[in-house]
Design a protein around this ligand. Structure first.
Ligand SMILES: [Zn+2]
Length: 555
């Protein structure tokens, strides 16, 4: 049933004309009744109904109680038993970077056959002008295809895209491309490999269409060019609607490799025009790779002024990568920690502490986590960081002794669902240890402030139900179990809502359906608390509301 029909039926049954004791100021604009409202408040209260006034939740309670808040002008919506949860908050995404090429990108998130994936790419090619890039920029894994677990050959890509350069980027370590793509990238039989960028050759010595390594991905993305601001605005809007469709109502952005500060502008502009449909918070990232670049970044950090925005758009601090040479990779056995690198890392982190700002720190592997903690403890002695919510992102190899050190420093942890697409590859590098990467249950039991995010879009899918399903079942796309350290569905939901609000410095406004907080909520097509665990990943919102306004409704 569409929401409009929901609405029509609701209006007929509204208590129109009933004189109530409430003054107009206390009457609700919208009342949702006869549902299962999972408020995710501190006691995980579940109620039948919820009333909204303006942008915020007015009250929650029984249908009878909430109907008392309805006046003649109130929309009363009968949920017919549907489950409502708070809008989902992704604590770690790279959406501002992704928005630039969103119109060129075709997403394979959730597609279960190779055949269908190829058909979707072919459809995108048909919709594109000759010569335009067609891009698959992550969020998928070969394991998700039930018919053929593989990538794409040059021949099959040539067949569907003879006149368009096409690249399919896989988990930031491989590119599949076609003949037009190789040409556009300037790669032929004599092009030499570069560090981290290996051009695979066929028996005849010609490039096969497979480019291996993170360097190959970066080199390819660098060739795509820049979109015009008008296109970027349209893309940012389209991207936010795609997020609304899967239940995201707020995110924290982390810049990311290849990020350019101009990619913040479309979101700032849309916020000024009151056209946001997702609340966008970001940590500024300036990507220094050399000591000279660190000098420049230190000056920029001194000029930073976070928290000049509002509850739709704001800068919360700096991060996620502090000094790029120390950026670790989950598909490596160890992080590449060096004393020289740590010295540069320390200069930046110290500058952020001196400024009294929030810092988000990418750290996945053991030696990285330990080395950064030692640096932060030293910084904390000079300039205490308590209250700044310094955060480790990912922490896939976190151990109990790290948690104790983090707690003493007042640190938080953002955990991402990267194993959803790369769990099988992690097994090849880390063996059985993968089953505890990340240690969700240990962190949950420890009392460390933490939340769940996706790290979308270049590696992982952006659908939050993919992350929630993985956190509960431990299964990656395609069904292989890759995590044994799982949590309950209630814990996972808290970690994607109430526990994520503090990363955005929005705990007073977001994260649960409580009076005074924003009416950011989802009406779901099935009961998150009751569906079989393997079906959590398939849950879809029927309605997404942000600030009391419907931003998406299923057809
Ligand atoms: Zn990230």
């Amino acid at each position: 049933m569409t929401f409009r029909r929901f609405l029509a039926i609701g209006l007929l049954t509204a208590w129109s004309g009933v004189v109530l004791a409430q003054s107009a100021a206390q009457l609700a604009d919208i009342v949702l009744v006869n549902g299962k409202i999972v408020t995710v408040d501190e006691r995980f209260t579940i109620t039948q109904a919820l009333a909204i006034k303006g942008e915020r939740v007015l009250a929650t309670g029984s249908s009878k109680e909430m109907r008392r808040l309805a006046g003649p002008a109130t929309q009363v919506i009968d949920l017919k038993g549907r489950t409502v949860i708070p809008g989902l908050i992704d604590n770690h995404v790279h959406m501002m970077r992704a928005a630039e090429m969103w119109d060129r990108e075709i997403r394979l998130d959730g597609v279960t056959t190779h055949k269908q994936a190829l058909e979707m790419i072919a459809q995108k090619v048909r919709e594109s002008k000759p010569g335009e890039w067609v891009l698959v920029l992550g969020g998928w894994a070969e394991e998700q295809f039930t018919d053929e677990k593989r990538g794409f050959s040059k021949e099959e890509l040539d067949r569907i895209a003879p006149n368009n350069p096409l690249v399919a980027q896989l988990i930031y370590f491989r590119i599949y491309t076609n003949t037009a793509g190789l040409k556009a990238l300037g790669i032929d039989a004599v092009t030499a490999d570069r560090p981290g960028n290996k051009i695979e050759k066929d028996a005849a010595g010609q490039p096969s269409g497979v480019l291996n390594g993170a360097g190959a991905v970066r080199a390819t993305l660098a060739k795509l060019g820049e979109a015009e601001m008008g296109q970027m605005l349209a893309n940012a809007k389209a991207l936010m609607l795609d997020l609304n469709k899967v239940g995201i109502t707020a995110f924290q952005d982390m810049g990311g490799r290849g990020f350019n500060v101009r990619q913040i502008d479309p979101f700032r502009t849309l916020a000024q025009k009151h056209e946001m449909t997702v609340r966008a918070f970001y940590n500024l990232w300036l990507e220094p790779e050399t000591p000279a670049q660190v000098d420049v970044v230190l000056d920029k950090i001194k000029e930073m002024k976070p928290f000049q925005g509002d509850d739709w758009f704001d800068n919360t601090g700096y991060g996620e990568t502090v000094y790029f040479p120390l950026h670790d990779n989950l598909l490596a056995a160890k992080g590449n920690i060096t004393p020289e690198g740590l010295a540069q890392w320390r200069r930046i982190a110290q500058a952020v502490a001196d400024k009294g700002m929030h810092l988000n720190i990418h750290a996945q592997l053991r030696n990285t986590i330990e080395a950064f903690l030692t640096e932060i403890e030293a910084i904390n002695k000079v300039k205490p960081i308590k209250g700044l919510r310094w955060t480790f992102s990912h922490v896939d190899q976190l151990e109990p002794q790290d948690i104790e050190r983090m707690k003493r420093l007042g640190m938080y942890a953002e955990i991402s669902s990267r194993p959803v697409v790369q769990g099988a590859l992690m097994m090849k590098v880390h063996g059985d240890r993968t089953y505890n990467m990340p240690p969700l249950r240990m962190v949950q039991a420890s009392g460390l402030p933490w939340g769940l995010g996706s790290d979308a879009t270049a590696v992982t899918p952006y659908n939050p139900f993919a992350t929630l399903g993985w956190a509960v079942t431990g299964k990656m796309v395609g069904g292989q179990e890759v995590l044994k350290d799982t949590i309950t569905r209630e814990q996972a939901l808290i970690a994607y809502t109430r526990s994520n609000a503090p990363f955005l410095f929005q705990e007073a406004n977001l994260g649960s359906l409580a009076p005074g907080k924003y009416a950011d909520l989802l009406v779901l097509d099935s009961d998150y608390l009751k569906v079989p665990a393997d079906r959590i990943k398939e849950i879809k919102p029927l309605v997404t509301m942000v600030g009391g306004k419907i931003v998406y409704q299923a057809k």
